[in-house]
Design a protein around this ligand. Structure first.
Ligand SMILES: Nc1ncnc2c1ncn2[C@@H]1O[C@H](COP(=O)(O)OP(=O)(O)OP(=O)(O)O)[C@@H](O)[C@H]1O
Length: 261
């Protein structure tokens, strides 16, 4: 399990987030929610060791991340990043990059790496794209390949930064279903999304970040009932009960805005 202890994260000594204590348990989708620029990506990158903490600790299974090699860390946590350069390779080669942490010198893929890559392509509904060059794929198709690359890493924790960007509604729902299925199969899924309504439906727990702090960590229903979402986003979040459970939606704030307390 990955754990953040009194973590301050930011750039060049200036914190974006301070004193965040949070665990990402297995079997659960933890969604990070918060307004633009509140530090969601900064927190993910710090938890993954891509950005050094300003203070506090990141622990992987009780071991400080700073004491692990990049390959050891990458066998525990995979990252589906928000944007990246598009290399001139096929989708299958891209997904095989997810196997790097398992290769020893000389880096030659084994049969099991090809099998893991194809399992991941299949789970991300991207097997049909395997031989296509990345450069020729649409934004949504590429997004599926990046998801497959993260899955091919076969880690206990999977971090996804806005994984539904570029996807049409059906594929957005599929990615959310995949996130939930990964958690049901015992993984820890950490998801950043701007789709408040989908996030509240998929989350086991929501960490609400705003004003440089972790404001609240709770189940979606409790977070909704607290009114903290309305205050953080300056909207009115509403919900209706349907056969499929709660459906959330947002309305304009009342005149005069949403007040604290
Ligand atoms: N490389 C960087 N150097 C300096 N400041 C940065 C850097 N990257 C991000 N920031 C700043 O850190 C703050 C948090 O950015 P971050 O990308 O973590 O926010 P976010 O919550 O993920 O935002 P969004 O919802 O818009 O994607 C912002 O003020 C941003 O300008």
């Amino acid at each position: 399990m990955i754990e953040l202890r009194h973590l301050s994260a930011g750039y060049r000594g200036t914190p974006v987030l301070e004193d965040v204590t949070l665990t990402f348990p297995t079997g659960c989708v933890t969604v990070l929610l918060g307004p633009n620029g509140c530090g969601k990506t900064t927190l993910l990158k710090t938890a993954l060791g891509l950005l050094p903490p300003l203070s506090g600790e990141v622990l992987y299974g009780g071991v400080p991340l700073s004491s692990l090699s990049p390959a050891q860390a990458a066998r525990q946590a995979a990252y589906m990043a928000q944007s990246r350069n598009i290399p001139t390779i096929t989708a299958r080669r891209m997904v095989l990059h997810g196997r790097f942490p398992y290769l020893s010198f000389p880096r030659r893929y084994r049969k099991e790496d090809f099998e893991a890559a194809d399992r991941a392509l299949s789970a991300a509904d991207a097997l049909a794209l395997a031989e296509r060059p990345m450069q020729e794929l649409s934004g949504g198709q590429r997004q599926k390949v990046y998801l497959a690359m993260a899955l091919a890493q076969e880690t206990e924790s999977v971090f996804m930064d806005e994984p539904t960007t570029w996807l049409d509604v059906r594929h957005q729902l599929e990615v959310m279903r995949t996130a939930r299925a990964l958690a049901e199969n015992g993984r820890a899924v950490v998801l950043v999304s701007h789709d408040l309504c989908q996030s509240l439906r998929v989350a086991g727990r929501v960490a609400l970040l705003a004003e440089g702090r972790l404001q609240q960590l709770s189940a979606p229903e409790a977070l909704y009932e607290s009114g903290a979402l309305d205050r953080a986003f300056g909207v009115r979040v509403r919900r209706v009960e349907t056969e499929g459970g709660w459906q959330y939606y947002c309305e304009e704030p009342p005149e005069g805005g949403v007040h604290n307390g």
